[in-house]
Design a protein around this ligand. Structure first.
Ligand code: NAD
Length: 528
């Protein structure tokens, strides 16, 4: 049992012991450093792994595929629930690792990382077999045939994950792939590699130790995985990298699942519960320091309730506890270049006439601290309203009515999540149906992701394919269509020699079977 895990050199709080020291540190190979964003302190040094190491990891996962894919769903499920027990045994340790590398608060790590994964495993254990077992389909005119489809494992799945939810966005594709009978090579973000190593350890400490291989490194390691002979790539990250992944995968026609960025709109109608909507907007834009693909990134508020909404948002923002206690509301941001994007978007907006009502400038202390920020007088000429900001920033725009709100909400290349807020539930559904997004919440935001039965993913530039739900499980499977026989016949009608008058019989059959009125069915002209 081996897995490609480099040893971390400098252990910060909660950083896992590397399981299998593999050279780069000892051999002087290239390495990457990871930092605690709360303080800027060096956290760990891990190997920047080469294409050869990636191929070796794929080969190990390939060797594990045969026996694992031969298990029944129940056997796989039982095993995954053992992994979940291990996860629960190590919950405090995992929360420590996640918080040290991302800067998020402990409760955020528990709910959005550990709980989300446990829920997903639970859902597959309860519903997965029903979704993936063979299913009969009607055989139409070929009534003497029996038709069914079966879902088969694909092989080795390459999982490439981002830094904002490094645990759940690695584990969700991993457990989905494993349940469907595949094995996995994970390439975690170079910003959060120790979380990836901790995931690898969950699987390595096991009789089935080779199911999940972990390779650490940056973009080149990720590209090596895409080109490394895997049977599918599931990528979660930015639109820019997603395009690169798809282009690299095209060389070998490797299928891709892309979960990309968003610029999620929130629509507040004049009949909304304004206090409720304001609290939702603040939570939806600030939780995880705004670094959520489904964050509320722009709000459109109907004119009659705009002033009250802004006032309530400001009151709510003033109560946010942002600190490094681990027990506050939000923590530090995770990645220095993301802080720079936030600053660039704010500077662009202010230069074009926006007004900052709260926050707006980086906090003067070590680490990646940016305060909750509220901006008004915004419009679609500003990057803040059109590009993904991914920070604790809430831009609010006044609109005339629902029509203008829907038009502006849809005026985006993205389409990940979205929300509409109204006390009229029917109206909420009508507006929700018109929002161009893969997901929509009515009188809430973001949390649709927490319902594992709901497929999650984007439209437009926000992605291709779905995780979660029946669609997510089937994404990790090849569907095989099978045609068998219901009745044995001496020969098929269309076999050679083609019977005389088959054309005339064929037309009569077509009319009888597909004609929608009696005259057509009987072959009588409707013009006569
Ligand atoms: P990123 O695109 O910079 O990196 C994502 C991963 O891709 C990392 O592991 C990185 O090392 C790897 N990578 C980089 N270049 C590569 C290449 N050429 N080939 C293969 N892999 C490569 O994204 P990020 O900054 O880590 O994450 C933030 C982004 O992710 C945001 O845009 C956010 O909206 C998006 N995101 C989307 C979802 C979703 O479910 N739709 C969820 C979370 C985050």
């Amino acid at each position: 049992m081996t897995s490609t895990m480099g040893q971390v050199r400098t252990g910060g709080a909660g950083v896992p012991e590397g399981a299998a020291p593999e050279g780069n540190e000892e051999s002087g190979g290239p390495s990457i450093e990871t930092f605690d964003p709360r303080t800027g302190a060096l956290l760990a040094i891990v190997p920047d792994q080469s294409a050869a190491e990636v191929r070796a990891a794929v080969a190990r996962a390939r060797a594990a595929f045969g026996p694992w894919s031969a298990l029944t769903y129940k056997e796989r499920s039982r095993h995954l629930l053992e992994v979940r027990d291990r996860l629960l045994d190590r919950a405090e340790e995992l929360v420590g690792v996640i918080c040290a590398e991302t800067g998020k608060q402990r409760a955020e790590a528990v709910t959005t990382e550990l709980m989300a994964v446990c829920e997903t495993m639970d859902w597959y254990a309860k519903h997965g077999e029903r979704i993936l077992r063979p299913q009969h389909v009607p055989s139409g005119t070929l009534a003497h045939k029996s038709a069914w489809k079966r879902y088969e494992p694909m092989g080795v799945i390459g999982v490439i994950s981002p830094w904002n939810y490094p645990f759940t966005l690695s584990m969700t594709p991993i457990v989905t792939a494993l349940f469907a009978g595949n094995t996995v090579v994970l390439k975690p973000s170079e910003v959060t590699p120790t979380v990836g190593l901790a995931i690898g350890q969950l699987f390595a400490d096991d009789t089935w130790g080779d199911l999940v291989q972990v390779v650490t490194g940056g973009g080149a390691t990720g590209e090596a995985l895409v080109r490394g002979g895997v049977d599918k790539v599931t990528f979660t990250g930015s639109v820019r990298t997603g395009k690169r992944v798809m282009a690299a995968a095209a060389d070998s026609l490797t299928p891709v699942l892309l979960e990309l960025g968003g610029k999620d709109p929130m629509v507040v109608l004049e009949d909304a519960d304004v206090a409720h909507a304001a609290r939702g907007a603040v939570w939806g834009s600030m939780q995880n320091a705004g670094q959520t693909c489904m964050s509320v990134e722009r709000v459109y508020v109907a004119e009659p309730v705009y002033d009250e909404f802004v006032a309530r948002v400001l009151a709510e923002v003033a109560t946010i506890r942002q600190d490094d206690s681990g027990q506050g509301d939000i923590g530090a941001m995770t990645f220095e270049p993301q802080v720079e994007i936030v600053q660039r978007h704010l500077a662009d907006a202010v230069a074009k006439g926006a007004t900052v009502l709260a926050g707006g400038t980086r906090t003067d202390r070590d680490g990646l601290w940016f305060p909750p920020t509220v901006v008004v007088d915004v419009d679609h000429s500003m990057d803040l309203m059109t590009e993904e900001t991914f920070g604790p920033v809430l831009p609010i725009m006044k609109v005339r009515d629902a029509e203008e709100a829907v038009r502006l909400a849809n005026d985006s290349p993205y389409g990940l999540n979205s929300s509409v807020w109204t006390e009229d539930d029917d109206r909420g559904v009508q507006i929700a149906n018109r929002l161009q997004a893969g997901n929509v919440c009515i009188n809430d935001c973001i949390v649709s992701y927490a319902v594992t039965g709901l497929p999650f993913g984007g439209v437009k530039s926000s992605g291709i394919g779905r995780v979660h739900g029946a669609e997510g499980l089937r994404e990790m499977s090849n569907v095989k269509s099978v045609l068998g026989r219901r009745l044995k016949v001496p020969r098929e009608l269309w076999w050679f020699p083609v019977p005389k008058h088959l054309d005339a019989v064929g037309i009569a059959t077509l009319r009888a079977r597909f004609g929608t009125d009696l005259r057509t069915k009987l072959g009588r002209s409707r013009r006569s």
